[in-house]
Design a protein around this ligand. Structure first.
Ligand code: ADP
Ligand code: MG
Length: 567
């Protein structure tokens, strides 16, 4: 049987390659960041697997990355002694994109380079960025713990196909050789490579070494052996004191760990001591990842135990509504061989999850406090992740009030979503004791609802809810700081006493009701069983009639949502 075969890239990989080369040509150097980042992930994985099976080290536990430049052949080789891959893994990881939502992602591309470059940043280019500088890429790899005959050779020109072959490989790990294109000459220069490593990889907790070149010996002298030089700091960034770290270092670490091209929006870095000891280095991205609303999003927060990477897992480390947070949690209070099942029941993990949640909410509160309407980091945050916080109100009972303070809404006085519930309360008119809202399928529909007429007349602000999740939100958030939230499309509305003379209004209303009673009787008779009740209202000032839900029934908007969901 032949072990050599040629395979085609998945369509999406071809699209990604095209897009990448067109939108990232001015930022070629990131290929090195991506490849070092992968090598570091591979070292993390090996170190973790080796905690239960020491043999995987094959007698070599000096985990590192070695970079070798060959000017004559015009190649750069990046070699790691991490976990490596078997043939199936190569096929699955290099040549396909397994992330759910990939097709939808490509559907969003506009052809506008600037916009697409942003999208691709969210998506992450990873290994494929090799083709920014290389006309041909070869990868040879062997998984830790298997025989040397199980090596795999992969090779491609990035033109839609790749070759695959089973080969001998004595050492475990992955070796990637880039055959540089004409226009990528700069990367044959040691200094250029070193500066890129400093820029993007100082924080990688494994040594990144460079192979020096042996000098030709002078007449009559012995050749000196080529030296290997370690380039990066190789210490875990989160263990270093804040005072030593620059924004740039923090941001570069974020890009590595968050698989993002852009700087983060905010960060928090804290060492916590007490019953449990742990360190948090957490970031808020500037932009929602494309798969934020997919059931399973790929990236999350990384858990380390005593600086050993354990797993990337959001659900265990943070509540689901904070799934946009990226970063690291490191603790001394868990065993190295911790499993997901142990994590879920561990009091240390529980304390860490609660502590991290509190601190993230605290960070958001601080950002919201500094917020200068609509032109602030908090506004950016709200735009991207506001709906996640609404989930928080629904899911996280213990922090409900704190999260509710972070919510921002459009109202009848502001189309933009910048009004907090506290702002609203501060603007209540005399006699008003309730927070009024209306839910609708769009902002326009909410704004034009006939239910608003009487509120306009009385100068009472109404919150306009028009996101799908809002119906659930108000189902759970029934009160805020002692004020009830009430739908203006539900039940009887008693607005007497708000913005006017209660007694006078009441008698006026009763008189009017008596006058129209015969008409109401006729309507009742005509509609019969189709409605629960027909009543005279002071909701309206211009429209003749409107439909209202009973206090404890679903609103019309909720019925619409459930109908759409096929219920
Ligand atoms: P990502 O790192 O975001 O998963 P990449 O395109 O960078 O995406 O890499 C794809 C996958 O290929 C990785 O998740 C990993 O499984 C595998 N991989 C890449 N480089 C290496 C390597 N040096 N050693 C082992 N596996 C690797
Ligand atoms: Mg990667």
């Amino acid at each position: 049987t032949t072990t050599k075969e040629t395979r085609a890239f998945q369509t999406e990989v071809k699209q990604l390659l095209d897009l990448m080369i067109h939108s990232l040509y001015s930022n070629k150097e990131i290929f090195l960041r991506e490849l070092i980042s992968n090598a570091s992930d591979a070292a993390d994985k090996l170190r973790f697997e080796a905690t239960t099976d020491d043999a995987l080290f094959e007698g070599d536990s000096d985990l590192h990355v070695l970079i070798d430049i060959n000017k004559e052949n015009r190649t750069i080789t990046i070699r790691d002694n991490g976990i490596g891959m078997n043939r199936d893994e190569v096929v699955a990881n290099i040549g396909t994109i397994a992330r759910s939502g990939t097709r939808e992602f490509f559907g969003q591309l506009s052809g506008d380079k600037a916009k697409d470059a942003h999208l691709i940043g969210q998506f992450g280019v990873g290994f494929y960025s090799s083709f920014l500088v290389a006309e041909k890429v070869t990868l040879t790899t062997r998984r830790a713990g298997v025989g040397s005959e199980h090596g795999v050779h992969w090779e491609s020109k990035g033109d839609g196909e790749y070759e695959l072959e089973t080969v001998e490989k004595a050492t475990r790990g992955t070796e990637i050789t880039l055959h540089l294109r004409e226009d990528a000459d700069e990367f044959l220069d040691d200094w250029r490579i070193k500066s890129v490593i400093h820029k993007y990889a100082d924080h990688i907790p494994f040594p990144i070494r460079m192979q020096g070149k042996a000098e030709a010996p002078a007449e009559g002298e012995e050749a000196t052996p080529a030296e290997i030089e370690t380039i990066n700091q190789a210490s875990a960034l989160w263990t270093r004191p804040k005072s030593e770290l620059s924004d740039e270092e923090y941001n570069n670490f974020y890009k590595h760990i968050g698989h993002d091209f852009e700087d983060p929006l905010a960060r928090l870095h804290q060492r916590l001591e007490g019953k449990y000891e742990y360190t948090l280095l957490l970031y808020l991205p500037k932009r929602a990842p494309f798969d934020l609303w997919q059931a399973e999003s790929k990236h999350g927060v990384k858990l380390y135990v005593r600086r050993v990477f354990i797993m990337e897992a959001n659900e265990e480390l943070l509540p689901r509504y904070l799934r946009f947070v990226r970063g690291v949690m490191d603790t001394n209070d868990l065993p190295l061989n911790v499993s997901r099942e142990i994590l879920q029941q561990s009091p240390a993990m529980d304390a860490m999850k609660k502590g991290a949640t509190k601190r993230i909410l605290g960070l958001l509160e601080e950002m919201a406090g500094n917020s200068d309407e609509g032109n602030s980091d908090y506004a950016t945050f709200w735009e991207e992740f506001g709906n996640c916080l609404k989930e928080g109100v629904i899911e996280d009972f213990s922090n409900r009030n704190q999260i509710a303070k972070l919510l921002r809404f459009s109202t009848t006085t502001s189309d933009e979503q910048f009004v907090s519930l506290s702002d609203y309360i501060g603007r209540m008119v005399e006699g008003q004791d309730t927070i009024y809202y209306i839910t609708a399928e769009s902002l326009a529909a909410a704004k034009h609802s006939p239910h608003l007429e009487v509120f306009r007349k009385k100068g009472v602000e109404v919150i306009l809810l028009h996101d799908r999740i809002d119906e659930w939100l108000v189902g759970h958030l029934t009160e805020f700081e002692g004020k009830k939230l009430q739908s203006i499309a539900k039940g009887k509305l008693d607005l007497s006493g708000i913005g006017g003379d209660a007694e006078e209004e009441k008698s006026e209303r009763e008189e009017k009701a008596r006058a129209v009673e015969p008409a109401v009787e006729k309507i009742r008779a005509a509609l019969g069983e189709k409605v629960k009740e027909v009543r005279v209202t002071d909701r309206l000032t211009e429209s003749p009639a409107c439909l209202v839900s009973d206090q404890f029934d679903m609103t019309a908007n909720m019925e619409r949502i459930l109908r759409q969901a096929g219920q």
